[in-house]
Design a protein around this ligand. Structure first.
Ligand code: NAI
Ligand code: 15L
Length: 301
């Protein structure tokens, strides 16, 4: 949230004194769990942000949560700092990231949209994340990439992260750019990132496609823990999925993360397969990216 002068308004914390005493939920966590001093969560008001916000409390003394002001509100738990910030605003992003040790970057446009929207939130957004991370000495980023980086592979193909990227739209292209930013910032400045190509992370699979790509919230949380605390990840790319037998993705090059999914989409199979089968040439049946491969173009009318 910004005041009339455009300054950042920060809930529950005086930015001049970031050594806020930490009490409450975060302080009552497992003593063996490694923790960051201050962890930033962007996209905190979104679907996954709301899920992870309470769960990430275990991973940091102070959790700084951020999103667009209208979506975020101003309520902060005692271990939290609430900072409204537009990812497209370079100066605001610099202030947001100052003092953070690590970043979970979920914020941005999360579906296929006209390029101009993607440019502001996703492309400028991830650029600002890494620019500020470099300036402020952040050493670990977890980037919410997407399966749409490889959406134009067919559902009868099995791929791994060394296969050529085949983005299925501007959204997938922006996530591909984010992965390139991550690699560049590791090669040049040593900032480590795990890019998670998230499949379908919602309470349950919705259709046949998400039987292959489902990532349960509990598995997402465990994957986040692995991504934040595994040493020496360089830039690792991992598909974010539960233990789904019908998967299209091979995570062999992310084995060092030690992630073991505990949930599986199989328990939903009977219910999902009772749905009518789409026509054989329907993109939702042909491509891993499903309907994203056929969304747009967004020509001006
Ligand atoms: P979401 O759309 O619910 O949340 C995204 C959040 O980003 C929203 O709260 C929105 O207000 C915020 N945001 C958008 N533009 C912004 C801007 N300019 N400045 C600041 N904040 C902005 O998405 P969801 O489902 O929570 O996904 C989180 C991340 O994971 C996204 O980056 C998405 O692309 C990625 N992802 C999610 C998948 C899923 O199954 N939920 C699958 C693949 C990737
Ligand atoms: C994504 O990247 C989106 O963020 C999510 O909302 C779903 O649409 C998912 O991909 C999907 O592949 O269906």
């Amino acid at each position: 949230m910004q005041d009339a002068a455009g300054d950042l308004l920060i809930g529950n914390v005086d930015m001049a004194d970031q050594a806020t005493e930490v009490t409450g939920a975060a302080a009552a966590q497992d003593k063996n769990q490694p923790r960051f001093g201050r962890l930033l969560l962007t996209g905190a008001a979104g679907g996954l942000g709301k899920v992870l916000r309470p769960r990430l409390a275990a991973f940091a003394d102070v959790l700084r949560v951020s999103d667009l002001g209208a979506a975020l509100g101003n309520e902060a738990a005692s271990h939290e700092e609430v900072v409204a910030c537009n990812l497209a605003d370079r100066d605001a992003m610099d202030k947001l990231i100052a003092g953070c040790d690590a970043i979970v970057h979920l914020g941005g446009v999360s579906v296929e949209r006209p390029f101009e929207e993607i440019l502001e939130a996703n492309i400028k957004g991830v650029f600002h994340v890494y620019e500020a991370a470099r300036r402020h000495g952040v050493k670990r980023v977890v980037f919410a990439s997407s399966n749409h980086v490889t959406g134009f592979y067919r559902q009868d193909e099995r791929i791994d992260v060394r296969d050529l990227r085949r983005p299925d739209g501007y959204y997938g292209l922006s996530k591909s750019y984010g992965e390139d930013m991550a690699q560049f910032n590791y090669d040049r400045y040593g900032i480590e990132t795990v890019s998670i190509r998230i499949g379908w992370s919602f309470p349950e699979p919705r259709d046949r496609r998400s039987l292959a790509s489902w990532l349960s919230y509990d598995d997402l949380t465990e994957l986040m823990r692995c991504c934040l605390f595994t040493p020496d990840v360089g830039h690792t790319v991992v598909y974010g999925m539960s233990d789904n037998p019908s998967t299209w993705w091979d995570n062999r090059y992310a084995a060092h993360l030690g992630f073991k999914a505990r949930d599986t989409s199989e328990i939903f199979r009977t219910r999902i397969e009772a749905q009518p089968l789409p026509p054989a040439d329907d993109p939702v049946r042909v491509y891993q990216g499903g309907i994203f491969t056929a969304t747009g173009p967004f020509d001006p009318v």
